[in-house]
Design a protein around this ligand. Structure first.
Ligand SMILES: Cc1cc2nc3c(=O)[nH]c(=O)nc-3n(C[C@H](O)[C@H](O)[C@H](O)COP(=O)(O)OP(=O)(O)OC[C@H]3O[C@@H](n4cnc5c(N)ncnc54)[C@H](O)[C@@H]3O)c2cc1C
Length: 452
């Protein structure tokens, strides 16, 4: 293992910073990882663990053949991702999704990094621009970047604002769910990486129950925005249920409350609508309400969610809430290897680059780590081809997206260059995935930074 004299500094030990640190250390380069927790916390983190999952415990679909995020999982595994290794080691039943035990997962990431001889962890806030003698820095401070650093970056980038709003979903204690009403089933009985086809708890609603629920939701008391926050938009993939409900009386029934692929054992029929809960910890004691991000006031959430059949006695381990999301206008501000054009010693990784989600954040951390390590070692660092999931995400962030309307983005097949021919639907996705993995292997092969 070769160790360069000067370390690469990483600010933020979340999903992206942890993965970047692992990639850099695996390439034989020293890393200093600066994480502000527990010295200073954020509005969403609850522990001082590295790579803490602040909301859902799901890494979404693990299907590498038909789904873009599943494909991203597979590319990351092939590139020796620590985040995927820890996720695979701590997976829980969740249908076709890869869900993890959040504590086991983040403890595994932290232990691996602390055990690596080239990684030094410093528990401190970087409360402004990093010192000038840090010649290679990765900023991976996430959606809740501390205000002092966010302000320094905002000034440096010349942007007016770096933030918008997201919402998180509530978590329920399992023992408080009425299992004479709620039943276990995955949609279409689909099994998955750790599941048996009966991984979700389903609470059925009749037509009148659904209509009453939607009406109460629309009339519910919501958290008010402060004046300066009022014009801050939502990210579409994480809209609060009351915002979705406001777009039409049936919208929830075709969204998070859709009943398709489910049969209520008490009636033998598909219900009018369902509320689904997914296991959130290894013990199976906590379950989160899928897709129920909300900005309703806490008292209102308790009252309203207890009108759902099966949740009448629900006790909540956490209620939903609002959070800030800090991100750069990356298409305008970053170059092709994620360096800030205005100060190239700073690279960016994770959600602050304008990707969205745990997996995407870790994937951008993986790429940024590799770019920084290659630069330190004097090696050429080609970006992954745009035909791969990582390359498609990177191209979108660093130029493919329209800078004037830039919003955080999950990986999806729409970001991939089209494939020749007339393939449609599943066949098209499968062809895109096969092309991606072939090109990804070619990209990995010649680089000395390939998986351990
Ligand atoms: C409330 C909330 C709910 C979310 N729900 C989901 C979800 O359900 N599913 C999903 O896929 N994604 C979700 N996201 C998005 C999720 O945060 C990101 O996908 C992911 O955590 C981002 O990874 P990251 O490494 O960029 O940031 P983080 O994981 O947030 O890591 C950033 C780290 O930087 C540290 N830090 C910040 N400022 C400083 C500083 N100045 N100095 C030193 N350290 C600093 C923080 O303490 C933190 O540990 C949610 C985000 C929030 C805020």
């Amino acid at each position: 293992m070769t160790s360069s004299a000067k370390p690469i500094h990483i600010v933020g030990g979340g999903l992206a910073g942890s993965e970047a640190a692992w990639q850099i250390a695996s390439a034989g380069v020293r890393v200093v990882l600066h994480e502000m927790r527990p010295v200073r916390s954020t509005d969403a983190h609850l522990t001082d663990n590295l790579a803490e999952l602040v909301c859902s415990n799901s890494f979404r679909s693990d299907d590498a053949v038909n789904n873009a995020v599943g494909l991203l999982h597979e590319e990351m595994r092939r590139a020796g991702s620590l985040i995927m290794r820890a996720a695979d080691a701590h997976k829980l039943p969740a249908g076709g999704a890869l869900a993890v035990d959040r504590h086991g997962f983040s403890a595994a990431v932290q232990q691996a990094l602390l055990a690596h001889p080239l990684v030094e962890l410093r528990r401190e806030e970087v409360a402004g621009l990093p010192p000038a003698d840090w010649d290679s820095v990765i900023v991976a401070t996430g959606p809740l970047t501390s205000p002092a650093l966010a302000e320094a970056i905002r000034t440096l980038s010349g942007e007016e604002a770096l933030a918008f709003f997201d919402a998180i979903a509530p978590i329920v204690h399992h023992e408080s769910i009425d299992l004479s009403i709620a039943w276990k089933q995955s949609r279409y009985d689909k099994g998955g990486p750790a599941g048996d086809g009966a991984d979700y708890l389903n609470c059925p609603l009749s037509k009148p129950e659904y209509e009453a629920f939607v009406a109460a939701l629309l009339g519910g008391d919501k958290t008010e925005f402060k004046e300066w926050e009022a014009s801050t938009p939502y990210f579409n993939g994480c809209q609060p249920i009351e915002v979705i409900a406001a777009s039409g009386p049936q919208t929830l029934r075709f969204g998070p409350m859709k009943p398709v692929g489910l049969r209520d054992p008490r009636t033998g029929r598909r219900p009018w609508a369902v509320v689904q809960l997914r296991q959130d910890n290894a013990l199976g004691t906590l379950w989160n309400i899928v897709g129920f991000q909300t900005k309703l006031k806490h008292g209102e959430q308790t009252r309203l969610f207890r009108t759902i059949p099966g949740l009448q006695g629900a006790e909540f381990a956490r209620l939903g809430g609002l959070h800030r999301n800090t991100f750069l206008n990356s298409p305008r501000l970053l170059d092709a290897t994620l360096r800030l054009k205005a100060m190239p010693r700073l690279r960016f990784a994770g959600q602050i680059t304008g990707c969205e989600g745990y997996v995407e954040s870790a994937a951008v951390g993986l790429m940024t780590g590799r770019f920084a390590a290659a630069e330190r070692l004097g090696l050429a660092s080609a970006a992954p081809p745009a035909t791969t999931a990582m390359g498609a995400l990177l191209s979108h962030i660093t130029g493919g997206a329209d800078a004037t309307t830039f919003q955080p983005m999950n990986v999806n097949f729409g970001l991939f260059p089209p494939i020749e021919g007339t393939l449609r639907g599943k066949e098209r996705k499968q062809a895109l995935s096969a092309r991606a993995l072939r090109d990804f292997d070619r990209w990995l092969a010649p680089t000395p930074l390939a998986a351990e």
